[in-house]
Design a protein around this ligand. Structure first.
Ligand code: MN
Length: 236
């Protein structure tokens, strides 16, 4: 459904988007899906079941933060964690997408951070409440510039790393994903109909940890790109 701006009772909110590398173009974001527990060493550090099928949670599209930004330290937490993840950006979608067809839906790739209020996530989990307060807060989805698959292909291996103030904290390889990207698209598309503009954060390797105001966070995925943010003071 499309509507003329004058049909809305308030001004329509801005379209969430991610920058495209080497261009002034933008990738418009419809939905942000995230895969939980997709690298074995991270599952071990969180003390969770290593054989469970993939599961998903979402963040609001307007949680996107551009490369180079300052992320204000979020409210209500004393334990905000970094989780560096490869971002997959879809140019098409559907339901029940077979793994063999999944790569055809991908526009490109980038580097993201699934920022997590770990204390709130764990507290929610313990009382069997939803994760949103731990995962889906404002500015919780920094995303570096996307590169098109037409340029880099579909990465299945390559170093994925995150440094805080120059110190390596997360250091893994895309090949360590339990559910690879086509399988992830396949499983997610059984649950919801995917569409152009959807992005998927594909899980984090081991080494997650807390960030504090003043931290500089640098991420890199070999063959995909980089993302740098810093953590600012809480919003007044
Ligand atoms: Mn994550």
């Amino acid at each position: 459904m499309s509507a003329d701006a004058s049909q809305y009772v308030i001004a329509p909110p801005p379209q969430a988007a991610i920058k495209v590398k080497g261009s002034d173009k933008l990738f418009p974001v419809r939905r942000i899906w995230c895969v939980g527990r997709n690298y074995i060493e991270h599952i071990r550090e969180m003390g969770q079941d290593e054989r469970a099928p993939p599961f998903f949670f979402a963040k609001p599209a307007d949680a996107i933060v551009h490369d180079g930004s300052v992320v204000p330290y979020p409210p209500l937490t004393k334990d905000m964690h970094h989780e560096v993840e490869m971002v997959v950006a879809l140019k098409s979608g559907g339901s029940n997408i077979k793994p063999e067809q999944a790569n055809d839906c991908i526009w490109g790739y980038g580097v993201g951070i699934d920022l997590t209020r770990r204390d709130l996530q764990v507290a929610s989990r313990e009382v069997k409440r939803p994760w949103e307060i731990g995962k889906a807060f404002d500015a919780s989805a920094p995303c570096g510039p996307l590169v098109p698959a037409s340029e880099i292909g579909h990465p299945t291996k390559g170093h994925i790393a995150l440094r805080v103030n120059g110190v390596v904290k997360q250091d893994g390889d895309l090949s360590q994903m339990i559910w690879n990207v086509p399988e992830t698209i396949w499983k997610l598309s059984e649950m919801v109909e995917l569409a152009a503009g959807d992005i998927i954060m594909t899980g984090t390797p081991a080494g997650v940890g807390a960030l504090v105001p003043g931290d500089k966070v640098e991420c890199e995925i070999e063959g995909v790109g980089t993302l740098t943010i810093s953590i600012g003071k809480p919003k007044a």
